[in-house]
Design a protein around this ligand. Sequence first.
Ligand code: SF4
Length: 456
Amino acid sequence: MLVLPDCAGRNSPFSQRSHSLLPLRSKTFQIETLGCKVNQYDSQRLAEMLENAGFSHVPPGETPDLWFVNTCTVTHAADRKARQLIRRQNREAPRSGIFVTGCYATLEKDLIAGIDGVNGVYGPDEWDRMLEAVCSQAGTPPPGIRSSDFGLNCFRGRARACVKIQDGCDAFCSYCIVPHVRGRPRSRPLEDALEEGRRMIGHGFRELVLTGVHLGLYGRDLSESVELADVVSAFAALDRHVRIRLSSLEGPEANGRLLAAMTSPNVCPHLHLPLQSADAEVLRAMGRSYGPVEFYDVLETVRAALPDPAISTDIIVGFPGESDRAFRNTLEFCENAGFSRIHVFNYSPRPNTVAYGIAPRIDQATAGRRSEALRSLAGRLGTEWASKFLGRNLRVLYEKTEPDGWMCGYSDRYVRVKAPADAALLGNLTTTSVHRQEGCELMGRIGENATGQSDD
Ligand code: SF4
């Protein structure tokens, strides 16, 4: 029986429960990714390291020699999903080596290591050792690149590519486990990020999403004087035919310089600003840096600076102590704020966070009723938002063809648009004339001048 070293480099008792990796049949791998865009980015980097070490990716449906799951721990549900996936993989492909990484792997290393079939558990900052262990077991030299090298990130099979420019957070919002697992804020030097952006464009990507755990902290730790606005301007200047989008940003960080940078025609006028609650007391207990009035001011500033911007948000319902009145405050705020999209999450108690000790907890039935009410409002607001674009020409990046024969993608303002499938247009920015609406989705036709002007 082979024994993999544990995360401190010792032989681990748990790893002795795992099966041998040898003999590897064909040096193949698959990666399952849970969670946010940062994880999506990291999984691509892991794929690149494995390919550099001579492994090749196989699509779902085939059985790989090595199976990796890049986990998320933002809620209990995310933890449970990771455990279910691991157990299913072990059941369905008992000869595949199973490696677990990501935020949940950092938080619950021993628990995950005890799941049958798991060969190794490594945090996101332990990949060099993980790859060394994998390669040594496979009898192959380790990759020639380190996890800290940002190389040919390929985002295979996708139309949009993420560029990670920042990691970590030290805001310690009272409900959030992320700072405990992702560490202090770190920014990627601008030239390094741009280099990757150029390579992605060279690979044919027509949308780059600037991604980070806490994007607004970009630059704070760098010696050069640079902030998020400079990154946006520099990426927008790379190629005017490539669309730039920002992932999630804290509301107060949408400052004048950033909004000015976002007026470039190829930067999407779309901001995802997580509000979480619109009740002053709940926001204070959450440890957020703003109250509802300040957040409303941010919305007005964004709307004054950008043409008809899409503003999406996240709301947590059932935070400890959230009264009926507090929830109604959130509901009323959302009704008036004109969000284009609302992601609703039920509060999930995470041990080792401040909120874990806050009483009283909100019972499941009440939290369920509140999230239903908010989701119903979100559906209505999303439909109203999409209806603004009926009869207009939208610039859409088509991402995939669905079984119904339509291809789908997103407009600059992140409305989902469908059009009759045309394989030649997948992955391209295509002007679409929108003539029909179904809920939050728009249906359109590709104009004769498919790459022409858009009034999105
Ligand atoms: S800003 Fe708050 S919610 Fe966002 S990652 Fe940091 S601690 Fe978590």
